[in-house]
Design a protein around this ligand. Sequence first.
Ligand code: FAD
Ligand code: NAD
Length: 461
Amino acid sequence: MKEAACDVLVIGAGPGGYVCAIRCGQAGLQTIVVDRGPVGGTCLNVGCIPSKALIHIADEFGRIAGADGQLPAGLSVTGLRFDMVAATEWRDTLVARLGDGVKALLARSGVTCIAGEARLRDGKSAIIQTRDGPLMVTARAVVIATGSQPVELADLPFGGPVLSSTEALALDHVPERLAIVGAGYIGLEIGTAFAKLGSRVAIVEASGQLLPHLPADLVRPVAARLGELGVAVHLGTTALGHDAGKGALIVSDRCGTTQQIDADRVLVAVGRRPALEAVNADALALVRDGPFLRVDDRCETSMRGVHAIGDVTGEPMLAHRAMAQGELVADVLAGRRRRWDVRAVPAVCYTDPEIVTVRRQPADPEQETVSARFPLRANARSLTLGAGSGFVGLVARKEDHLVVEAHAVGAGVSELAGQFSLAMEMGARLEDLAATIQAHPTLGEGIAEAAAAALGRPLHA
Ligand code: FAD
Ligand code: NAD
């Protein structure tokens, strides 16, 4: 068997793995990154980027087609048609361009990229099945960055009309009747997009709320918009199976009443689980938190020299957190004194309207707080975008006005995520946010307005 040795072996070239590898290479560490698929991982190839491209196309189409029966003022349209194949080609071009960029960055950092599946032998070596046969790599340190895969339901196994997000994002047509199981990030983002493109969408959610991990008032505008788009929402409902003959999803509500929902395609989006089987993580008997790998504040697992980053380490399963963990591990391996000391990991839901939430870490549920909200109907920029629903909210520690939570729901509010995170990383007080001059007219004015309101001196509301 061929053999290779290096300082760092990174398994998985998703956002966690490739960022870690680039930083290791830049630090002068001899680094090998291995992936069985294309570089960029879930995020670039079948996740963040393809889904946001689809959402953009659907927004544009929906706006022009008047998906909710309303065209923007002054517009009338005839002969509009949607070409899914052309849209997919455009998206694939973006993905390829970004993938080429990642490959170039890895090469420039002196990282060796190997295509193949890695299987750990122990904490210092792995066998990679490459196209040219097996290769044994030994390393001073190993980074497990193998990401996650969709959870499958026993009664709705993937295959045929039952799709995971990967197949849903690869469809070459707009399904006529799309049922979605799970009203989390994926179900709502993809479901809203297909509703705008003309699918009849039904969403089935086991809990009593859409996006159950978020406060109800942040979700309300999203629920209202789904109603405008004609999306049927079934809360407190679970899926029992799909009857392909009838083209129906069989569901049961809390009272046990069964119902059939017309569906020629069913997207199952009920969460993701760590991808640890193929890499043979069991061989290392690493300590777990549920199905995920437990890591310390240097992203080290229970075995010295074996680190883990990204989705394999559990929630929040977000690309930017994986990247931050990747940088952290590279610094640790390069001998720098680093630990996970992050105040804010923003989360954005690209629904219509968008939702952004940032909570200062570590959270202290006992502390007394003050809070305020600024409605976007009083924000000129939101109105000129043809929106005007939603709000910007701030929560601060009562004793010193330290901002501990920031959230917003409204058109375009994803772009506030950076301001929210920066405020928390810098330890901003309400007074800092109220005194920061925001450009007019921008959505950011809502932050200063919410801060002023929390200080008891509201301006425009
Ligand atoms: P991954 O990106 O999953 O990469 C892991 C890599 O490891 C893969 O390339 C895989 O091929 C490789 N691999 C696995 N096992 C082996 C092995 N044994 N040998 C070799 N290679 C292996 N997050 C956001 O922050 N914003 C979003 O807008 C967003 N949208 C999303 C939309 C969808 C539809 C999905 C599914 C996810 C989305 N996410 C989003 C989540 C985001 O994609 C993940 O959090 C992120 O990709 C995790 O990065 P990672 O590096 O941990 O793993
Ligand atoms: P999720 O955890 O966001 O939502 C899953 C939903 O399915 C929950 O609402 C849950 O109550 C529901 N559910 C679970 N079992 C069910 C059942 N049997 N029947 C009906 N409903 C059921 O998971 P997801 O949407 O699959 O997304 C996975 C992960 O991907 C997320 O945790 C997130 O970290 C990441 N992601 C992020 C973004 C983003 O940042 N914008 C976008 C997409 C995905």
